[in-house]
Design a protein around this ligand. Structure first.
Ligand SMILES: [Zn+2]
Length: 235
């Protein structure tokens, strides 16, 4: 095996590793998806909180209405039955008003009850959404932290491999290096392939035995007849 082929083989290992690390780096989830989910969950929480506070204030105003209706009704009753009014017409009007106020009171009480039920539901919905927001926050932090540490690690690895490549590259004759790079460009980053059990691992074709013998005797620039890659005999 010639020294040059050994270097090319080393170079191929570096380039394969580089491509793999770069692919991993690109595929690394950066937390965008989780942040979007968090934003959506937070927006939904805001909607639910607004709905709850809207109903709470509606309920407070209903209670105020109810209070004043009750007070007014009590006043009318006191006036009607306190012996102050003797005019039958006036008494009749007062009784009608008492009845009308009674109906208003009943309606307000019913509406207040309905609102209280809705407030219970809204409160539960807010609690539920708060838990969802907390989950999303946790996931977003976890993914972002993983992205930061993992991307730092992979970027460091790329730098290491690039430095190694810069060291090995110049040790190979320029002509060979050019052929290697051309082959790599055309063949999915793979220019030097191992021969295992007499088969080219680049294209899975059998390597003729004469070529195999030459490969094991002298090594050097021997290419696969089929895929044209540099053949490297694994010892
Ligand atoms: Zn081949």
């Amino acid at each position: 095996m010639t020294e040059e082929l050994e270097q090319l083989y080393r170079l191929q290992k570096i380039d394969t590793a580089l491509a793999e690390v770069r692919r991993d780096l690109e595929a690394l989830p950066d937390g965008t998806q989780e942040r979007t989910a968090l934003d959506e969950a937070a927006a939904e929480l805001k909607r639910r909180q607004e709905r709850l506070s809207g109903r709470e204030s509606a309920q407070r105003s209903k209670e105020l209405d109810l209070g004043s209706t009750e007070a007014k009704r009590a006043q009318c009753m006191e006036k009607a039955y306190g012996g102050v009014v003797s005019n039958p017409k006036e008494l009749e009007n007062l009784q009608k008003e008492i009845e009308a106020l009674g109906r208003t009171k009943d309606r307000l009480e019913e509406e207040t009850l309905e609102l209280l039920e809705q407030i219970d539901e809204d409160t539960a919905a807010v609690h539920e959404q708060k838990a969802r927001v907390a989950e999303c926050e946790e996931a977003s932090t976890r993914v972002t932290e993983h992205y930061q540490s993992e991307s730092a690690r992979l970027t460091g690895l790329v730098a290491e491999l690039e430095a190694e490549r810069e060291q090995v590259g110049p040790q190979v004759e320029e002509r060979l290096l050019k052929r290697y790079d051309d082959l790599r460009a055309k063949n999915a980053n793979l220019a030097v392939v191992e021969v295992m059990d007499g088969v080219c691992s680049g294209c899975n074709m059998k390597v003729p035995s004469a070529k195999l013998k030459r490969l094991s005797d002298t090594g050097g620039e021997i290419f696969c007849d089929n895929c044209k890659r540099f053949l490297y005999l694994l010892q």
